[in-house]
Ligand binder design. Structure first.
Ligand SMILES: [Cu+2]
Length: 254
C-alpha cells in the first residue's frame, strides 16, 4: 500500500462522477460535457456499468502455517485516477482477555478508532508503523483511549505491557474493499468502469495482486482468483514502544 498521502491534492470527484448528466452540488463538471449528447450517452453507460468483482483468495502454505482466511482484506486501487473519497467514521477495537478484537480492522483514512479496555489490568497500546505511529500510554479498564488514522497504510498495533497482544489496522484510500469469508471468497460491489489493481492482503503472507478492468459495459476482465504465497512468512518477535526487546514479564503485569 502506498505510504504517501493520495489526498494531498484535493480532488472533488473522480472522472466517473464528472460526466453525470445531472448537476451535483459542489462537483467539478466541465461545461462542454453538459450539452453533449455523446457525453450524456457515455455518462448513462458509466452510471449503469458499475460491476461487482467477486472471486476467491487461496493460499500456498508450508507445514505449520494456518492463515486466518476471513481476516483477508481485498481492495481495489484505481489506476490513473484518484479513488472516490470515503467519509471517515468511528470504529472500535477492544482489549479483552489480553487480546485485541477484532484482530484485523479496515478503516477509511481519517477515521478514528476507540480502544476501550475491558480487562481488569492496564494496557498500553502503541504503534511504530511509519506515518501512523502512536502511543496511547498506560490506561485502566474503561472507555480507554482513541486514535485518528490519517495516512493510508498498514498499522501494526501492539501493547507495551503484553508482547503477545497484537492487531492490524488497514487504513484505506479506496472505497472498494472487503473482508473475504472463511472460504476466501470475496465480493466488491458498485465498482465503476475503469482499470484497477486488485490486491489481497493477509497478515500471514502479505499481498498478492492482479490487474482487473471493469469495461464500460459493466463486465469484469482480469484474474480475480488471487493466490497469497505464505511460505516465506515468519512470525517475528516485535519490539516494545522504545524499539527495545520486551523485559521478562513481572507478576504485576499479568
Ligand atoms: Cu496489554
Amino acid at each position: 500500500m502506498a505510504a504517501d498521502d493520495p489526498y494531498r491534492k484535493r480532488h472533488a470527484f473522480p472522472p466517473f462522477f464528472r460526466v453525470l448528466p445531472f448537476p451535483i452540488p459542489g462537483a467539478f463538471r466541465p461545461m462542454k460535457t453538459m450539452f453533449s449528447a455523446a457525453a450524456c450517452a457515455l455518462a448513462l453507460a458509466s452510471s449503469l456499468s458499475a460491476a461487482t468483482i467477486a472471486g476467491r483468495v487461496t493460499f500456498v502454505t508450508k507445514r505449520g502455517q494456518n492463515p486466518v482466511l476471513n481476516e483477508t482484506v481485498v481492495r481495489l486501487e484505481p489506476v490513473g485516477v484518484r479513488a472516490p473519497k470515503v467519509a471517515p467514521a468511528r470504529f472500535q477495537m477492544i482489549t479483552r482477555g489480553k487480546m485485541l478484537m477484532p484482530h484485523v480492522l479496515a478503516i477509511p483514512a481519517g477515521s478514528t478508532v476507540d480502544f476501550p479496555n475491558d480487562d481488569p489490568i492496564s494496557h498500553n497500546l502503541f504503534s511504530l508503523s511509519a506515518s501512523n505511529a502512536f502511543d496511547l500510554g498506560l490506561y485502566r479498564k474503561g472507555a480507554g483511549k482513541s486514535q485518528k488514522f490519517d495516512t493510508p497504510g498498514l498499522v501494526n498495533v501492539y501493547c507495551n505491557v503484553h508482547p503477545n497482544m497484537s492487531a492490524v489496522i488497514l487504513v484505506m484510500d479506496t472505497p472498494y474493499y472487503a473482508f473475504s469469508d472463511a472460504a476466501g471468497s470475496y465480493a466488491l460491489s458498485n465498482v465503476p468502469a475503469g482499470h484497477y489493481r486488485l490486491i489481497a492482503w493477509n497478515e500471514q503472507g502479505g499481498e498478492s495482486e492482479s490487474p482487473v478492468e471493469v469495461t464500460p459495459a459493466g463486465s469484469v476482465a482480469g484474474n480475480v482468483a488471487l493466490v497469497i504465497d505464505s511460505r516465506n512468512f515468519r512470525l517475528t518477535q516485535h519490539l516494545n514502544k522504545l524499539g527495545k526487546p520486551y523485559q521478562a514479564p513481572s507478576l504485576k503485569d499479568y
